[in-house]
Design a protein around this ligand. Sequence first.
Ligand code: PGA
Length: 265
Amino acid sequence: MLQYSRQPLVAGNWKMNKTVSQAHTFVNSLKEAVAEVKNAEIVICPPYTALFSLNQVLKGSNIFLGAQNMYYYEKGAFTGEISPLMLQEAGCRYVILGHSERRIYFGEEDTLVNLKAKAALRTGLTPIICVGEQLADREAGKTEEVVQKQLIGSLVGLEPELCQMVVIAYEPVWAIGTGQNATAIEAQEVGNFIRKLLVNNAGKKGAEKIRLLYGGSIKPDNMADFIKQPDIDGALVGGASLEVTDFSLIIKTVQEVESKCQQLF
Ligand code: PGA
């Protein structure tokens, strides 16, 4: 059953897809498709190049902007990097940190994710911190061990009040872009494990406020199973966030399940 104090969140991670003009075409259709959605928070995370101009198009809509990464300094000699301040000015409310593709292809580790999370929160951005095990870890029965290490490492030194504001995305690496999603029960088990760990960082009440997303081959037809789980508050969607029809169906599924649950109370 859904927790009502946590507003569901559906975030689309476009990765390295869509030019600025493609992004505009997409967003104009998405705005119309999801105009009636109220119970779920909608976020799109396009490439940096599209952020500023999309922010103008999204003003007054129910869709928020997020970035896919950032560096942790406000400014300086860091060729190729983007600062939290720049993202904030470009209209971002969220930033994805520690995505497995950043960890695998760009060598990002928990200490860096931690510095980025602190910088994001200091600037008023909400970090969506990704954790998740590789297939070999799961097969070796090490899912919890890996997730615990990533979570603790990413949140170390964060005051409980700040910690309450983060979003955690559980994304099993073997489920990303493979069409092979974890089951909703598997996601719930890890989600519940994460929430219990979060008590150490954010206190019991704080941990209840933190939104946990599932990510990994989310599609319109499997979203309902995940959002019905008590510790899953939404999704981080990759491939299916690139098509307006699929992405809006996913968002509407979340909104529908949420409305039904509210009617029960
Ligand atoms: P996917 O990607 O939905 O394409 O599996 C999810 C992600 O990488 O966040």
